[in-house]
Design a binder for this molecule. Sequence first.
Ligand code: GLN
Length: 388
Amino acid sequence: MAVSMNKVFANLPVTVFEAMSQLARDNDAINLGQGFPDDPGPEDIRRAAADASINGYNQYPSMMGIPELRTAIATHYKHWHDLDLDPFAEVMVTSGGTEALTSAILAVVEPGDEVIVFQPVYDSYLPIIRQAGGIPRLVRLEPPHWRLTDDALREVFNHKTKAVLFNNPLNPAAVVYPREDLELLATYCQDFDVVAICDEVWEHVTFDGLAHIPLITIPGMRDRTIKIGSAGKIFSLTGWKIGFVCAAPDLLRVVAKVHQFLTFTTAPNLQAAVAYGLGKSDDFFRQMRVDLARSRDHLTKGLEAIGFPVLKSQGTYFLTVDLSPLGLNETDEAFCRRIVTDYKVAAIPVSAFYERDAVTSVVRFCFAKKDATLDAALERLSDAVHRR
Ligand code: GLN
């Protein structure tokens, strides 16, 4: 007799990022699926981690994060967003953005609470909301602009709404939301007394002079927003899994109670290195954007040259292509399976970011790669707009 396991997790597929990376390995494909750069990351930050491993403290660091990192996070956000955070009451370090999100959701959501999420939705959100007993209310964002609209928000906010999960810049759509959309969302959060859990892990990865605006800085949101960041994305060190949670003391205190029993704490050498990295000059962050924007343009031009209609990417490591004008008569998922086996290039079908009413004609490519990697992928894909 089979044992009965938790149905929320028992029926879940393996996350699309892992599944596509495995297919990439199996097919010896170039992996433009899962979002990670193919360079080793800033050497000085990696050296700081090595130095902290050899010369620093390697036992359990404090549960909330090492004081140097909590202070560096507060200083960083003061500098970039004029946000005043008390490092010891309003900042916590987690083992990555996903842990931060899980801690925040479990801290806020109780059985029967409605939680608003936007599709395309990152795949970890819904299972964790459901595990908490929450009821997801899905809002479908429409390509190519993926903007928030008053009509869509009016339809879902109600007196049972407890929280909204908002990802900005938005993965996979690569949108950086303008102030107007944030103000609209903020109005609804205040009118219905809702907590905003903001997945802002892509906050530094914005292009063409577009600035990321944290929702917590919009008037009225300071005490009802849980802001989540990730050093992996800021420093192109995705395997380090260092996340941050910033929130008013009454909110953070409860998020910390979940964190203490999820991961409790995070590798102290990596925390020390991230504290060092957050203090780097503005030029470092600007140059990172310039370099990534150049890679975006490189892949955009290459894909357009071989016939793919590319949707504009304003931020993140990703761009998307719209298959619908190509007349391929196959879904994004079928297309991704075909190109990984026939052309040895992995990408992510955007339908994986939907629970229902999926957009099935959009595919995501990661451009955070060396030119040689992108060129090799383009060469392999040169006739992929035709079926064979
Ligand atoms: N955030 C990454 C992406 O969108 C995936 C992270 C993961 O695989 N858990 O590609």
